[in-house]
Design a binder for this molecule. Structure first.
Ligand SMILES: C[S@@+](CC[C@H](N)C(=O)[O-])C[C@H]1O[C@@H](n2cnc3c(N)ncnc32)[C@H](O)[C@@H]1O
Length: 398
């Protein structure tokens, strides 16, 4: 497989070798084995070394994968318009974006807030990667220099719980997950050990909270009854959702991610799980390929996310597909605004039309992001969920 992938530059390879050495040290210090979640945490977020923490390009056509805000500003404009519904309902409200990637969504949302004459007092960003934070600041200074003073990067949780909207696109699928297997001998946990000086997958009998969670899934009719079944679950998700609840005084959390309900997640035919690795726009399922140079993600169990939110008192106010959300949020109107300036006569305009049609296909077609990406709205206080969540209410599927 590796021979089919574009080879990394020598510096990047050196970087990956250093990260692997660091991971091996951690494995040896832990007695020869670490959980997959700990491995994922290290390869993605080890300070200065992990995929997100270090200097690789990551997002966009020159990187490893594209996200909806990278595909077209139409995504962020539709989202901004929905946020305005909440911002106008709550006094002194702000927007908090989690995991802002290249910063392009922040730039496009700020421009749309300005066009709609509804700029929030502050646009807060909580970004764990120092490298991405620097890239976000540079992009915002270049694209929206007159609005950048409204943007404030947080070093941790907000000083005071906020009133407003928390938005996160493709952040939940970047949270470390545990991997497990159902074998003839029972549930096992997949982790990482060292053999012949190489990082390898090693199984151990599942124990503790992981075992309880697997047993809970098995007790739900029809789930995880097959043997030779491998999948994922995120034991860190409930704590993460609880922190969102702590950060919000009143308002709405809007989460966009690849995922589905629990019943669809643990279908018998999805017997190799949902783990996906991205290297220069090649998707595969081997998390040991050039550690630190590729992204690793797992799809989100939105039923689990909803339960975690309800457990801390948040209301699951909406759950739908990205396509339904964007269409109900006025995507067609945004397309009309975008195209009114060009008649399609010049070569440049024709090119723009082609690019726009391609972007729309990626955003809304079922085989692309349209149905794979879901949107969940979590509400705190008496505020209403943005109207586009009502486009197709799928909460009964959770
Ligand atoms: C797949 S990228 C998505 C970036 C961007 N939202 C987009 O749609 O283009 C994941 C982002 O989440 C950030 N991230 C990961 N874990 C995080 C956490 N616990 N809190 C905040 N950001 C996080 C990563 O550094 C990165 O910016």
């Amino acid at each position: 497989m590796l021979s089919e992938f574009p080879q990394p530059e020598p510096d990047a390879l050196k970087h990956s070798v250093s990260l692997v050495a660091h991971i091996k040290e951690q494995i040896l210090a832990a007695g020869g084995w670490i959980s997959f979640a700990d491995y994922m945490e290290l390869v993605l977020y080890a300070p200065g070394m992990g995929y997100y923490s270090a200097g690789a390009h990551k997002l966009g056509m020159d990187g490893d994968f594209v996200t909806a805000p990278e595909i077209s500003p139409l995504f962020s404009r539709c989202l901004a318009k929905q946020c305005v519904e909440v911002l106008t309902e709550l006094d002194n409200s702000v927007v908090l974006e989690l995991g802002a990637g290249s910063g392009v969504m922040a730039a496009d949302m700020l421009l749309e807030f300005e066009r709609l004459q509804c700029l929030p007092a502050e646009y807060l960003v909580l970004e764990t990667s120092a490298d991405l934070r620097a890239r976000q600041a540079a992009l915002l200074h270049e694209r929206v220099p007159h609005l950048v003073s409204r943007v404030r990067w947080l070093d941790g949780m907000p000083e005071q719980p906020i009133r407003g909207v928390i938005v996160a696109n493709e952040v939940v699928d970047a949270l470390p997950v545990e991997r497990f297997a159902i074998n003839r001998d029972g549930p096992a946990e997949l982790g990482v050990g060292i053999q012949a000086d190489k990082l390898v997958e090693e199984m151990r009998p599942a124990t503790g909270v992981l075992l309880k969670s697997i047993e809970l899934l098995q007790s739900e009719s029809g789930l995880l009854t097959e043997s030779d079944y491998t999948s994922e679950l995120s034991l860190r998700l409930p704590a993460w959702v609880a922190s969102l609840n702590d950060w919000l005084q009143e308002g709405v959390v809007l989460l966009f991610d690849y995922g589905f309900s629990r019943r669809e997640y643990y279908l018998p035919e999805r017997s190799s799980g949902t783990l996906r690795c991205y290297y220069r726009h090649r998707a595969h399922d081997n998390p040991f390929v050039w550690p630190g140079l590729q992204d690793i993600t797992a799809w989100v169990d939105f039923s689990y996310l909803a339960e975690a939110a309800q457990a801390v008192g948040m209301k699951v106010a909406g759950y739908t597909t990205q396509a339904h959300f964007l269409l109900a949020a006025g995507l067609d109107e945004q397309v009309a605004i975008e195209t009114e300036s060009y008649a399609g006569n010049t070569q440049d305009e024709q090119q723009k039309q082609i690019e726009l049609a391609h972007a729309l296909r990626q955003l809304i077609l079922p085989g692309e992001m349209g149905e794979s990406i879901k949107v969940m709205a979590l509400c705190k206080g008496s505020v209403l969920a943005p109207s586009a969540l009502a486009g197709r209410d799928m909460r009964s599927s959770l």
